[in-house]
Design a protein around this ligand. Structure first.
Ligand code: SF4
Length: 267
């Protein structure tokens, strides 16, 4: 067995943060997957996609996302629908609490089914809605409204942990708070750039720096990555039989995301 190497702590300088962000976003522009929820800024559509993606494969979500929006094209139609109909449309996706929360959210935002009821843009207001945690609030604020909002799910925590916080458990406690604070510091200045930045973080965690495999040879941020610098990263870290691509996922509670991480396999 090869000797264990110590984690390398590189200083988190503004220059390193800038290089990380610039390389990440340039990579995303070239390599991202074309997914339907990336072609819209409609808050309702973004919300549906984010809730569906929490526990489900991307390829499966594509199929359900379109069908769900055909049946419930607006938040108002969803609010007016009986819960049974909403659950029927969710059938096969699993984790039905998501559908129940979504329906409750629609009825909170549009209690009488008013057509002009708007999903809030502010992350704190979003977090007050049923089923919305810190990750989903950041995702809706950023992906629908292009707000300068951070988001951290398991994928993002893993990527940022490997690049900037090696040796720290970013899944809970102080490490989790540290990774959220880091995600805030890394945000670009404008909402448009933040949209790309957040999508790119998720995409890098889904396609390159996955839970099972670190594809450092094709990683755009390896020049600033502490794990890469320490020599700990390698495809050899992958367990035998690891799939070539692992999930993008984005559940709010980090503790629930291992299963989700495995579930959010790429199409
Ligand atoms: S260089 Fe390797 S460990 Fe670092 S972020 Fe990229 S894939 Fe992950």
């Amino acid at each position: 067995m090869p000797p264990r190497r110590r984690a390398t702590r590189l200083p988190e300088t503004p220059e390193r943060r800038r290089t990380f962000g610039a390389r990440l976003r340039a990579w995303y522009r070239k390599h991202h997957r074309d997914l339907p929820w990336r072609r819209t800024r409609d808050p309702y559509h973004v919300l549906i996609s984010e809730l569906m993606l929490q526990q489900t494969q991307v390829s499966r979500v594509v199929e359900y996302y379109e069908a769900f929006l055909t049946r419930f094209p607006t938040l108002a139609t969803l609010a007016k629908a009986p819960r049974k109909a909403v659950l029927e449309s969710w059938e096969g996706l699993g984790y039905y609490a998501r559908a129940r929360n979504l329906h409750a959210l629609a009825r909170t935002v549009a209690p009488d089914g008013e057509p002009n009821s708007a999903i809030p843009a502010d992350p704190d207001a979003l977090r007050a809605l049923p089923g919305i945690g810190a990750y989903t609030a950041g995702a809706v604020a950023s992906f629908a409204y292009e707000r300068r909002a951070a988001l951290v799910d398991t994928n993002v925590a893993r990527v940022l942990g490997r690049v900037f916080l090696p040796g720290i458990d970013v899944k809970k406690g102080a490490g989790h708070r540290a990774v959220w604070a880091l995600a805030e510091r890394l945000l670009p200045r404008t909402g448009k750039a933040v949209w790309v930045h957040n999508q790119a973080l998720m995409e890098l965690g889904a396609l390159v720096c996955t839970a099972r495999v670190m594809r450092c040879g094709e990683c755009p941020v390896r020049a600033v990555c502490a794990t890469y610098a320490s020599g700990q990263s390698s495809v050899a870290n992958a367990p035998r039989g690891a799939r070539s691509r692992t999930p993008r996922e984005g559940t709010d509670p980090i503790s629930r995301t291992r299963a989700a991480s495995r579930a959010r396999t790429t199409a």
